[in-house]
Design a protein around this ligand. Sequence first.
Ligand code: ATP
Ligand code: MG
Ligand code: MG
Length: 674
Amino acid sequence: NKPSSSNFLRAIIERDLAQGRHQGRRWGGSPGDGNHHAHGEPDPARVRLRFPPEPNGYLHVGHAKSICLNFGLAQEYGGVCHLRFDDTNPEKEEQEYVDAIKDAVQWLGWTWEAHGTRHLYYASDYFDFMYRAAEYLIEHGHAYVDEQTPEQMRANRGDFTTPGVDSPYRDRPAAESLARLREMRDGKHPDGAMVVRAKIDMASPNINLRDPAIYRIKHATHHNTGDRWCIYPMYTFAHPIEDALENITHSICTLEFEDQRPFYDWVLERIVPILREPEFRRACELVERIEQQGIEAGKEFALRCHNHAHKLDHSEPEERMRALFQKWERDRDAVIADLPAFFALLKSQAHQFTPLLAHALEPYCVEPFNLPHQYEFARLNLTYVVTSKRKLKALVDEGIVDGWDDPRMPTIVGMRRRGYTPEAIRLFAERIGVSKANGWIDYGLLEAAVRDDLDGKAPRAMAVLDPVRLKLTNWAEVFGSANHLEPCSAPAHPKRDDLGTREFRLGAEVWIEREDFAEQPPKGYHRLFPGNMARLKYGYVVKCTGCEKDADGNVTAVLAEVVPDTKSGTPGADAVKVKGVITWVGVRDGAQAEVRLYDRLFNDPHPDAGGKDYKAALNPDSVKVVQAYVEPSLAAAAPGTRFQFERHGYFVADARDGRLAFNRITSLKDTWGK
Ligand code: ATP
Ligand code: MG
Ligand code: MG
C-alpha cells in the first residue's frame, strides 16, 4: 500500500504532525453517549479522519475515491478513520443502505476497527447533544427562532448582488426563542412553521452566512431514533458537531462545501465550552490544584495566562481578567497580591471552558485543545457515467438498469458484479490523486487500473463469442476414428507456473469465431480462407478448404483439414509455418455459456455536465448478450472467478440465475471513447 504520489492533503497532515499538533492525544470511547472520554483507553492514533455517507442510496465510484482517500491516509499516518452514517435527514434513510455501505467499505479492503476499538458511528446518536447546542446558541445570543414563512425567508435572504434583510424575529429575547424551540421539540408546531437560525450576518457576501437555518420541524420517523424527534438539525450544523464530538483532526470533503467552511468554524468556535465539558471539569480541578501548590506555582501560571491575554473575549468576567492583566503589565509585583482574585475569576468561569483557560492549561492537560478543520478536494467526475446517488437511483427506479448492482452501474456493487477488483479500484484512486480543481477523469484510467491488476492474476482461457462450426474433414483418416479426441494443454497463465495448466480436447469439430473465416480475405488477412493454413492455438495447424452455406448465403460451417504432425509442443510443430493463430473450443467438450458484453452506459462523455438531461445520453447498446462456448475448465467456475479470455478481454463468472454466465469486465485494449 505504498503511496506512489504525494498530494496536498498529505502535505497538510505531515505539517500538522511535524508541529506536534495531534501528538499525545487521548482517544477512545463512544462519543454518542455524551461522555466520550469516559471509557477512553489511550489510543495512539495521531490523525483521525472520517468517511461520512448519508445512508440514502448505494455508494458509487466517487465515494470509493473518498473511502480510499480517508481510510488510506489514516492507515498511512498511523491514525484511524471512522465510518459515520450521516443520518440526520429522516425521510430518505434506510437500513438497507446502511448495510450496503458497510459491505462496500469492507469489500474495498478497509476496516473501521482500529487499536481494538470499533469506530462505527451514527450522527443520529448525537441528536441530544445537537439539540443542546441549539439551546446553548440561543441562550448566548447566537441563534433565534424565526417564524417567517419559508417564502419570506427566501425573499429576505437576498442574492449575490443584494444583501439580505433582517428577520423581524432576529432580535427577539433569547427566552422567547428558547420557549419556541421547546414547543417545536414538543411537537406543538407543524412542519415549516418556524426554524432555528444562526445569528450571523444578513449582509455577508457569503450567502451561507446569512443566518442559516440550524434546526427545522419534520414530523417524520427516523430509521434509528424512531419518533423520538420531530425536529432535525440541518446537515451544515450537524456536520461540524459530529466531527468535533468524534475528535476528528482533518475533515475532508468535496469542493461544494468550501463556502460552508466559515459556518463550520463559526459553529465550533461558539460551542467550544459545551463540547469540551469533560476537559473543562478536568481543567477546573487543575486550577484548584495549582492554587494549592502555593504562591510560586500560582504566579507562574498566572503569567502564563497573561501571555494568552489576546484570546480574551468581551464577556464580563474576561473584561475583568483583562483589567488585571493590564495592571500586571504596569506593576509586576501586583501579580502576587492579585492571585486570589485571579483564581476566583478563573473558577467563576467554571461553567465555560474559555479559550484563554484552554490555552493556559494546555501544558497541564492531557488533551491539547484542537478543533477539527475542514479541507476540500475536487469530487470525482468520471466520463461516460454519472456519479450522483439521486441520478443513479432514478436509473434503478425507472427500470433503465437492472438494479443498483447492474454491472453497467458505477456503484460499488455494480463494479463488483462487473468483476472489478478492490485492488484495482484502490489503485485507480491512488493514481488519480486529489486535486483542488474540478475536472473529469477519463473512464479509461479506471479500466487501465483493472487491466493492470488482473493481468498478473487472471488465469487465461479460450472462449468463442460468435461461434461458427469448423469441420475437420480428414479427422477420421488422420486419427483413425471420427470420435477421436486429442488432449491439449496450455499454461493457465503465461508468466505464472504456480497457476498450473488447463486441459481440453480437440476433436473433429470445433467452434471458432465467425470473423476467423473469410471467403474473400481482405489484404493482410492470415486466418482461414480457402487454401490458407492457420494454427488452432495449442493444437494443430489446419488448412481451410471452403465452407457450407444456407439458402441465404450465410456461412453455416467452415471446412478444413488437419495437418498431421503439427501439434503445438511436439517436435514437428514448427515444420509448417503459418501466420495466423486462432482460438477455438471443442464442440464435444466445450461448455455453453451466456456472455454479457458491456459497453459504456452513456454515449456522452459528460452526460450530466451543465445540467444536461443525462437520460437523453443513454447508450441503447450498453449490453449485448451472446451465447458463447467456453473451455471445459470453465464449466465449474465459481461465481466471482475472473479470467482473461484470450484476445477478448477479462471476464467474471456470474451465476445469478443458476446458469453459467460471464460478464465482460473490460476488453484487452482501451476502447472507451473510440
Ligand atoms: P451524491 O451527490 O452522489 O448523493 P453525496 O455527496 O451526497 O453524494 P454522501 O453520502 O453525503 O453523498 O457522501 C459521503 C462522502 O463521499 C462525502 O464526504 C462526499 O464528499 C464523498 N463523495 C461523494 N461523492 C463524491 C465524488 N464524486 N467524489 C469524491 N467524493 C465524493
Ligand atoms: Mg450528501
Ligand atoms: Mg448529494
